[in-house]
Design a protein around this ligand. Structure first.
Ligand code: PHE
Length: 428
């Protein structure tokens, strides 16, 4: 309750900011696509706030004054874009909570050389176009020092080129598709990538579930889903298993009867579903209704408190790989949970919250080591991140701007039903 009240307040602020921006760009409908065009058509970053081109010299002057003021102790503004509403709403909400907790602690400890961190945040609604719009606003109008986000790989891939071109470092807390950081040398992540996650799932299916035959059910519009499916398949077959049924859906579909009927006919030992939680919950419900009792296995996209709410008993006994488990016997994890619970009315943080927290803290760590807060200097400092002790593991950034770290496998179990820690699997 406390959480959702907080949420409405925040979304309201974001909406108001967006409206103001649209108004400045000469648009009053609140949703038309003139605003991004106006912003991106501006010749230089100084004029990017939607001001007409004739205002450029004045705007440049104002920006210069603002920049000088910022160095004299104004806030350091950082951006976050995430899905606060829609079928992936808990992704953005949890990430935001994690980021806000990290900022609060950092500011309480003095901030960046006495300057406070200020957060600008926009809702992507889980939509790639909205993600691009949000990031355009962050880098052109809000002139943020760095961008945090997105969760879903397809959205990070849509927005990353905007950060790259603007020379603003972007850190995805949680997008696992390899292509995300391949968008350019300004793009980082603090999570593992799907070639590893696919191996973790394949190994778990083969060794722990003793599965010989698997079916896969994939969201064909999500780079995350198809990419993780490929990696699971490759590794499962390498281990001697067989993928004997391949089915697909589109996020938001309501009826999975045809796919599940085909999978039922194939007679498999495990069904691998690398999807996002809302669809996974619906799939689990319908599978059990059709008499499919096979264990379901998935990746990090399952991670949401909504999953057991949607699926109930249908998801009990199923497994997924993730970045963190709240019942992990690890003092850093337990300390984080305590702080999070006291901040957010007793809510247990999910993996996204932990990753959002780590991403923000890694940014602050790099800021302290950077020669300046220019995009390039901050980029260099981020690239030099070594052995950062995060909640989601020890994080070192490699030459491809990815983090090599362990994964956990959790089982949906217990009362109340939720993810329970089963194993940690480290990259060799
Ligand atoms: N890894 C997912 C993606 O790349 C996003 C995700 C991460 C979802 C962690 C839930 C938890 O799309």
């Amino acid at each position: 309750m406390v959480r959702s009240t907080g949420w409405l307040g925040r979304v309201g602020v974001v909406a108001a900011a967006a409206m103001a921006l649209l108004a400045a760009a000469g648009c009053d409908c609140g949703s038309c696509s003139d605003a991004p065009k106006a912003a991106s058509a501006a010749p230089a970053r100084e004029t990017g706030s939607g001001l007409p081109a004739t205002a450029a010299p004045l705007a440049a002057l104002a920006a210069g004054v603002l920049a000088a003021e910022a160095q004299d102790g104004g806030p350091v503004v950082i951006g976050h874009y995430g899905s606060m509403t829609g079928s992936q709403a808990t992704f953005g909400q949890s990430t935001s909570n994690g980021i806000r907790l990290a900022i609060k602690e950092y500011n309480a400890a003095g901030g960046f050389k006495g300057r406070k961190i200020e957060l600008k945040e926009y809702d992507t609604r889980g939509d790639a176009k909205e993600a691009s719009l949000a990031v355009t606003r962050l880098v052109k109008s809000d002139k943020v020092t760095a961008v945090l986000g997105e969760v879903a790989s397809s959205l990070s891939m849509a927005a990353a080129p905007i950060c790259q071109e603007a020379g603003v470092p972007m850190i995805s807390p949680s997008s696992t598709n390899p292509q995300v950081t391949a968008k350019g040398d300004m793009i980082f992540r603090v999570c593992f990538i799907d070639p590893f996650q696919g191996l973790v799932c394949a190994k778990f299916a083969h060794q722990n579930l003793k599965a010989k035959k698997a079916a896969v059910l994939v969201d064909q519009a999500q780079a995350y889903s198809t990419g993780l499916r490929d990696q699971f398949k490759r590794n499962f077959e390498k281990l001697g298993g067989q993928v004997v049924a391949e089915q697909s859906y589109n996020g938001g579909d309501q009826d999975f009867t045809a796919q599940l009927t085909n999978i039922r006919a194939a007679g498999v030992d495990v069904i691998f579903i690398p999807g996002y939680y809302t669809d996974v919950g619906n799939i689990a419900l319908q599978a059990r209704k059709l008499g499919v009792t096979t264990p379901l296995l998935g990746g990090d996209g399952w991670d949401s408190e909504e999953l057991p709410k949607i699926a109930g008993k249908a998801i009990q006994g199923c497994y997924y790989s993730n970045h963190y488990a709240p019942d992990q016997p690890d003092s850093r994890v337990q300390e984080f949970i305590k702080k999070y619970q006291s901040e957010f009315g007793g809510a247990t943080p999910d993996g996204l919250a932990a990753l959002g927290y780590d991403a923000a803290k890694i940014l602050f760590d790099a800021m302290a080591r950077a020669k300046s807060l220019s995009g390039k200097d901050l980029r260099d400092a981020l690239a030099g991140t070594k052995e950062f002790k995060g909640v989601t593991g020890t994080i070192s950034i490699d030459e491809k701007r990815n983090a090599k770290k362990a994964a956990v496998v959790v089982k949906m179990d217990g009362e109340p039903l939720g993810p329970k820690f089963v194993a940690t699997i480290s990259p060799e």
